[in-house]
Design a protein around this ligand. Structure first.
Ligand SMILES: [Zn+2]
Ligand SMILES: [Zn+2]
Length: 255
């Protein structure tokens, strides 16, 4: 039987240098539960080191946590890369680390990058510079992520920076994307009841949370058989009744 799932598929943890330090795994899971989300994805910049802890806590609390990363391609495009489970995420992270420039993070300028445990205790600080481009193109990232069984969704695709539109000026048709993530306050968005902007690709909206209070402030409602990446993919493709029901941003519903 299909049911509705409330998904915020773009959440940073304290490991992202630009995110608040109180975004610990437990706080994220508790906030997501409070916001009545049923699926979240953890997407730190070019790393997945805090993902497994959030997955473990999510399992304890009945919250589906999809492992992922927000990757910055050579073209400076941000992409959500999402995976069915942990092993392919780990393999992808290894590949990303090989493709990161050999630069050190300057916490004074960019912020700290703590790897934490379930209680938010700091295990170590990631010293590599995470907030930068990897040496792979958009096309190469898509190809490799799919080889690992994952899928990519261009982040905030219509935003003024680090997006498909800002960097390429268009949505490449030959890339066969599954979906796009709209940025919040997007001019392309129309409230429910008004005509949709033209684009045939399914669109999601997420909080892109960098602060605890952002979590669940924007989310996408899906009709799925169960909370999994495979079911999300089916919803994007409109298979077997799976679909996007609506998108909600700041309490406003967008169909
Ligand atoms: Zn981004
Ligand atoms: Zn982000």
């Amino acid at each position: 039987m299909l049911k509705e799932y409330f998904a915020d598929l773009h959440i940073h943890t304290c490991l992202s240098p630009c995110a608040d330090l109180d975004l610990s795994p437990r706080e994220i899971v508790e906030r997501a539960k409070k916001e009545r989300l049923t699926i979240i994805a953890i997407t730190d910049h070019n790393t997945a080191q805090n993902v497994r802890v959030v997955m473990a806590l999510g399992e304890q609390r009945g919250l589906k946590v999809i492992p992922g990363m927000e990757v910055q391609t050579r073209e400076e495009i941000h992409l959500l890369t999402l995976f069915p489970d942990w092993p392919p995420t780990a393999a992808w992270e290894e590949e990303i680390y090989r493709r990161l420039p050999d630069m050190r993070n300057d916490p004074g300028i960019f912020g700290d990058q703590p790897v934490v445990d379930e209680e938010g205790n700091i295990l170590k600080f990631e010293e590599r510079m995470l907030l930068t481009s990897i040496d792979l193109s958009l096309e190469e990232v898509k190809q490799r992520v799919e080889q690992h069984g994952g899928l990519i969704i261009p982040s905030h695709f219509d935003k003024g920076s680090f997006s498909l539109i800002s960097q390429l000026g268009l949505i490449p048709q030959d890339l066969e994307l599954e979906a796009l993530e709209m940025s919040r306050k997007s001019p392309l968005r129309k409230p429910a009841g008004m005509a949709e902007a033209s684009s045939s690709l399914p669109r999601i909206i997420s909080s892109d949370a960098h602060r605890l209070e952002d979590i669940g402030s924007a989310y996408t409602v899906f009709l799925l058989g169960e909370p999994s990446l495979e079911e999300l993919r089916m919803a994007f493709r409109g298979q077997a009744g799976r679909r996007i029901v609506k998108r909600v941003d700041g309490g406003v519903i967008y169909l």
